[in-house]
Design a protein around this ligand. Structure first.
Ligand code: C2O
Ligand code: CU
Ligand code: CU
Length: 429
């Protein structure tokens, strides 16, 4: 805490090297280290300030993905941090406990900076979550799982030249920056905070023996109730919190199965949709400590009501455009009333994968095509996979923070698409 009562974090973007393979030094970037960044943790209601320093040779930004905050603090492409300059956004945390994350967002250069290693988690905690019986010892039974695919060239450097329509496709997975990771499990129940930190690849996370797990949270917080399932698809930027039960002495793999991309088989093959990948080995100790029955009833979520919506907007993704426009830093695409509830209908008009992310809000899904949303889309979301030819109706309430000058972004979170211009800007006034 500083004198102003703010919880203060320091993040320095820097270049370094990392030995993913012993003896092989890979050029990487990180915050306060050589790869990824520290997990920031703050409580709902707290005022936070983050001192962002840039020790890189190029300008960057740090965006707080999933956070509701004033546009000037958002860390989008309008908050460039030049080398050697400090940027100190401050804001009040005003949203439920959730697994959020942070990453660079410079116009046209996000993929490169994220691929080099700039990303980290930002966990929000609150009293309701703390009162539940859930694993919450960070690094013991509450485990971050930031999944990124990477490819190494003959010299051990990152290579992004193997690409699908979705962007760079790696053939090895880094989990929290580690190749072939394992977790020594000491508790019967483990909470995994799954984060798709890849630029392009879509995963379908599950376990090697097909065991079911409980989905307890999505991008913006806990579900209303734990939902048993055997697999969950996450596209770039999406998160899920799951609980998995282990028995003493066993080993099981968290893995990714071929995701259903909703495309033709050929398009799936060309966009990394056929791969089965080991993500992380869970090794249970011979005795496991018990947490008892975990809470089944979780958060309270007020459903946003269509009749409260004061505007409906339509977004069609085609080529690298949204509504036939490429990103223009000088153009405001949408102007939204402070506090307004709106329905956004999003449509992927390509036979290829895209997804959709909105800054400053968490949304609820009203409809997927003509159906009500499946259970994994019943909670708070800020990023959603768009199956080709399916209309997604999203409802969201915009923050009260107004700023006619600084916009927030909406975009495809496949980073090469974002960089190519598949992004638009909205102001809240
Ligand atoms: Cu995670 Cu606009 O980004
Ligand atoms: Cu974001
Ligand atoms: Cu896209």
């Amino acid at each position: 805490m500083n004198a102003a009562g703010e919880r203060v974090f320091d993040l320095t973007a820097q270049a370094g090297t990392t030995e993913f393979v012993p003896g092989v030094s890979t050029d990487t970037w990180g915050y306060n280290g050589s790869y990824l960044g520290p997990t920031l943790v703050a409580e709902r209601g707290e005022d936070v300030r983050i001192n962002v320093n840039n020790d890189l040779d190029e300008a960057t930004t740090v965006h707080w993905h999933g956070m509701s905050l004033p546009a000037e603090m958002d860390g989008g492409p309008h908050q460039m941090v030049e080398p050697g300059v400090q940027w100190s956004p401050n804001f009040t945390i005003d949203q439920p406990a959730a697994t959020l994350w942070y990453h660079p967002h410079p116009d046209g250069k996000t993929e490169h900076q994220v691929e080099m290693g700039l990303a980290g988690l930002f966990l929000v905690q609150d009293d309701e979550e703390a009162a539940l019986n859930l694993p919450r010892s960070y690094g013991v039974d509450d485990i971050p799982v930031v999944v990124q695919d990477r490819r190494f060239d003959a010299k051990g450097q990152f290579a992004t030249d193997v690409r699908g329509y979705i962007g760079p496709i790696g053939d090895e997975l880094l989990v929290n920056g580690t190749l072939a990771p394992f977790l020594d499990v000491t508790t019967e129940v483990v909470r995994l905070r799954l984060v798709n930190g890849s630029s392009a690849r879509v995963y379908d996370f599950g376990f090697s023996d097909g065991r079911s797990f409980d989905l307890i949270g999505t991008d913006g917080g806990l579900l209303t109730a734990a939902a048993p399932m055997a697999g969950i698809r996450l596209s770039p930027g999406e998160r899920a919190e799951v609980l998995v039960r282990l028995t003493p002495g066993e080993t099981v793999n968290l893995q990714s199965s071929p995701p259903d991309l909703g495309t033709s088989a050929k398009a799936a093959t060309r966009n990394a949709g056929d791969d089965t990948l080991d993500v992380m080995e869970l090794r249970a100790a011979d005795t496991l400590s018990s947490i008892g029955d975990t809470s089944k009833k979780l958060a309270t979520i007020e459903p946003l009501q269509r009749e409260d919506a004061t505007a409906e907007r339509f977004f069609t993704l085609n080529g690298y455009t949204i509504n036939n426009r490429l990103m223009d830093m000088t153009r405001i695409d949408e102007t939204i009333d402070a506090g307004a509830t709106e329905v956004w209908t999003v449509d992927n008009a390509m036979p290829l994968p895209h997804n959709f992310h909105v800054h400053a809000v968490q949304f609820q899904v009203l409809r997927v095509g003509t159906e009500p949303p499946p259970v994994e889309l019943l909670g708070w979301k800020d990023t959603i996979y768009l199956e080709p030819g399916v209309r997604y109706e999203l409802i969201m309430q915009f923050p009260e923070y107004t700023d006619p000058d600084f916009p927030y972004m909406f975009h495809c979170h496949m980073l090469s698409h974002e960089d190519a211009g598949m992004m638009g800007q909205f102001v809240v006034v």
